[in-house]
Ligand binder design. Structure first.
Ligand code: GLV
Ligand code: MN
Ligand code: MN
Length: 415
């Protein structure tokens, strides 16, 4: 085993805290939505840290960053690691960030331990793992893996009708076409993502490390409803075609589809619900909903999806409201690579760290990296299983364990 790389928890925590302060909202809230000013400053912060670490940087046409530590044998395929730094509104500081700054710390520690990789190690910072602006998650890795065609990516629209193509040109400046982003299926020997668990199991069972064998299947729907607005005092109840009420019934149908799917793992959320005109004395004439539905099993996820998609026209017709339904993504689950999982387990055994094999209920860029190369994830506990909230927390010690396992796994694979 490698002479132990020393993880500098203080330096890593300082960087996590510095990045958290680059936010659209005051701390402890972290909000860094794709292509916002905070997202761009966050990217600049990461680029500086990569330069300091002596990595060479490439940025592709959608803004995925690739920071390279060149190996001594250029014939070998590189090994990838990384995650994302964008954050949903009202998020915390660890989701994604631990996999980016933690990987940088792992690389720094390996360098300081005089490790010279034979295989190139590449840190990837993916664009927009979170779906906030365009309604679809894992934009960078989805495009990179070929799962989302370039033309569809360019045409994605935000709630104001601006396309991704318009946004990226404004935010990133002149770039090649998006069709330059997809990578060959054999571009990496493997990919390993370090991430907080975003669930309660590791903490409950007092296990410091999880290794992921499967990532649940996510899907997202967007629904536009157009009813008839009017004066809240003057339009009598039998005459109404209220877009909000149709949306509310749809949201309840979404919940019902998950509760009655027959699988305890089906989860469904109407996380976006906007109405117009948004005045207390006006009947809502338009509504916009975004629905997130997931399961570890494809069959029950698909059955629930079908029920939701059938409920939407039925509810809209009954209420005299026009609907438009868009499937933003309907993804399959990912199976992680058994060889990589075995390597992580071996590293944990050598470090005397208990490890649990687990399923990821959250999605990650690894869902798409698994389509082009052997992939797995290293999980660390987070307090109360809380994530996507400002009080998300993993201790420096918990993070250090994850970074140490990542460093040793990278060394074993790149050695
Ligand atoms: C990722 O952030 C997810 O929603 O699972
Ligand atoms: Mn997230
Ligand atoms: Mn994440």
């Amino acid at each position: 085993m490698l002479s132990s790389p020393i993880i500098d928890s203080r330096r890593l925590q300082d960087q996590i805290d510095a990045l958290a302060a680059i936010s659209e909202a005051p701390l402890p809230v972290v909000t860094r939505v794709l292509f916002s000013e905070a997202d761009l400053r966050g990217r600049a912060f990461i680029k500086e840290r990569c330069h300091e670490t002596g990595l060479s940087l490439r940025e592709d046409a959608i803004g995925n960053l690739f920071a390279r530590w060149s190996g001594t044998d250029q014939e070998l395929l590189p090994l990838g690691t990384g995650s994302h730094i964008d954050a949903i509104p009202n998020a915390g500081r660890y989701d994604g960030v631990v996999g980016v700054l933690g990987a940088l710390e792992a690389i720094r520690a390996l360098k300081q331990a005089h490790f010279a990789p034979r295989r190139t190690i590449e840190l990837i910072v993916f664009t927009a793992e979170e779906p906030t602006r365009f309604g679809i998650g894992c934009l960078g890795s989805r495009l990179l893996s070929g799962a989302l065609p370039a033309e569809r990516t360019a045409a994605l629209r935000d709630p104001e009708g601006q396309t991704l193509e318009q946004w990226r040109t404004r935010a990133l400046g002149a770039k090649p076409e998006l069709n330059s982003v997809p990578l060959a299926k054999n571009a990496y020997a493997g990919f390993i993502e370090l991430h907080i668990e975003q669930g309660p199991l590791l903490e409950k069972e007092n296990i410091p490390i999880g290794v992921v064998e499967k990532i649940a299947a996510p899907s997202t729907l967007r629904v536009h409803l157009t009813g008839v607005g009017g004066h809240a005092g003057a339009v009598l109840m039998p005459e109404r075609h209220d877009a909000l009420l149709a949306g509310a019934e749809i949201a309840l149908a979404v919940e019902h589809a998950a509760l009655t799917s027959g699988s305890p793992d089906t989860v469904a959320t109407t996380g976006v619900f906007r109405i117009e005109p948004g005045a207390v004395n006006s009947v809502p004439c338009r509504a916009w909903l975004e629905i997130d539905l997931r399961d570890t099993r494809l069959s029950t996820r698909n059955a629930a999806l079908e029920r939701i998609e059938n409920a939407i026209p039925e509810i809209s017709r009954r209420r005299g409201v026009q609907f438009q339904l868009e499937r933003l993504n309907v993804d399959a689950p990912a199976n992680c690579d058994s060889g990589l999982i075995a390597t992580v387990i071996e590293v944990c055994r050598e470090l005397a760290l208990p490890v649990k094999t687990m399923v990821s209920r959250a999605y990650h860029d690894s869902l798409f990296m698994a389509q082009i190369c052997p992939t797995t994830m290293i999980f660390i506990p987070c307090r109360g299983g809380v994530s996507h909230r400002p009080d998300e927390y993993s201790s420096p010690e918990q993070i250090r364990n994850g970074v140490l396992v990542l460093a040793h796994t990278l060394a074993k694979m790149a050695g």
